[in-house]
Design a protein around this ligand. Sequence first.
Ligand code: SIN
Length: 508
Amino acid sequence: MIKFYHFHKIHLKKFTSTNWKRSISSLIQSKNFVGGNWITSGTGETFDVTNPATGNIIGSVPDMTVTEAEKAIREAKTAFASARWSKLTGKERSSLLKKWHTLIEENRNEIADIMTQESGKPISESHGEITYGNSFTEWFAEEARRIYGEVIPPPGPNRELFVLKQPIGVAALITPWNFPLAMITRKAAAALAAGCTVIIKPSEDTPLTALALAKLSEEAGFPNGTINILTTTKAANFGKLFCSSPDVDTISFTGSTEVGKILYRDSSANVKRISLELGGNAPFIVFNSADVEKAVEGSIVSKFRNCGQTCVSANRFFVQDGIYDSFMKALIERVGKLKIGPGLNTDTQIGPLINKNQFDKVKSFVDDASSKSAKILHGGRARKDIGNLFYEPTIVTNINQNMKLYTDEVFGPVISVIKFKTEEEAVIKANDTRRGLAGYFYSQDLSQIFRVAKALQVGMVGINEGLISTAEAPFGGVKESGIGREGSHHGIDEYVEVKYICLGNLKY
Ligand code: SIN
């Protein structure tokens, strides 16, 4: 079994229907949560949510328009301003976040089932994501009590200087399908801890996990309007509204670089705060001194987590000539053992891709490379015998700068390998991209470890580790991979304003 979440407990043993606290259907919502009420769309329109493994419809949710989004903004603004949320103490906010955390944990089996059905990810990974995602509610419940200001020594007499950190206001959170729970909690828990109120727009591919979270937040007892969740197929209209509305004070987006750039441009018109977690093109470098077995395990967790549909997944593998043959042999053997299938089968390690667009993209990237000089060493085929969206774990070598597998993020189960000779060559190629989210390398040479860690142009570096995400550490990228950080104590900064206060003419 691959341990995609090695720092988190995986509760697979609890995955039996007799242990469930309530039936799945009570967490599957067909309405949206706005201002403390469950509402439908004014137009009455809905859209279906399908299981990518089977194509079966598993639910349907309201297709909201900007009318409901405007209502959600009003509700969030009222909840922020009228002492219902921003004026609670850190301890009070912390206690509600802790209740939410407990309820998520208590309902993990139902949430995991919903998540696997709508996202296709293996059930063990859904449990891993719940552990990971819920660690943010716990972390920020703790941080809520520690949003310290500063006392600054004044430069002259009879003055005192202070810095306060105040909640920024209403936060619009736009979240992706690849981590339907964790990307919500990583943003929302930080915003709520800081004293902001939130409007969450989940991906249209995975709205049911988001609505289950809304249901549990209602049970936790957050004041009405503090947490609002809207589902829609009209993402672009929502983005425009969030950017232009004077009542939305900050936007946090996780998703494609293309959409991130549009939001960044549109929010500049009124100088709105924005934080962006965008695509990566992570290098994974295996130096001659690497431990082959560990490097292969690191490759598997980094590449195949969520079928490669992860922003921090290794995208380009650079392998040094001295270790190339032994690494490739071990890698092919290991990838050959991966079990592909529907996520609800407990032995599945590779599920389907999320939708047809994503499937077509992965296939076209591999076809593009093999039509040039690349060689497919393993996989490289669709698995239509299992379902329409399954693609084999694949290893492709002889990759170069003219191939999409090198220049773009594949977001699928494909390992693209480039052989190199020198450290300098590997670092130049690793940095040869406008993206800079994560980078990984395997080496046992201490001087090389420091040299390369400093030289990689990324926001996060994994050394002899393929999986580095954790609530305690700052997550975010450089270059076109984003602005701002999530998780860690830095995560709060996205949701506070720094206010300087000068108290003068004191009589000392
Ligand atoms: C992402 O792919 O956007 C998030 C992955 C993580 O938090 O590790």
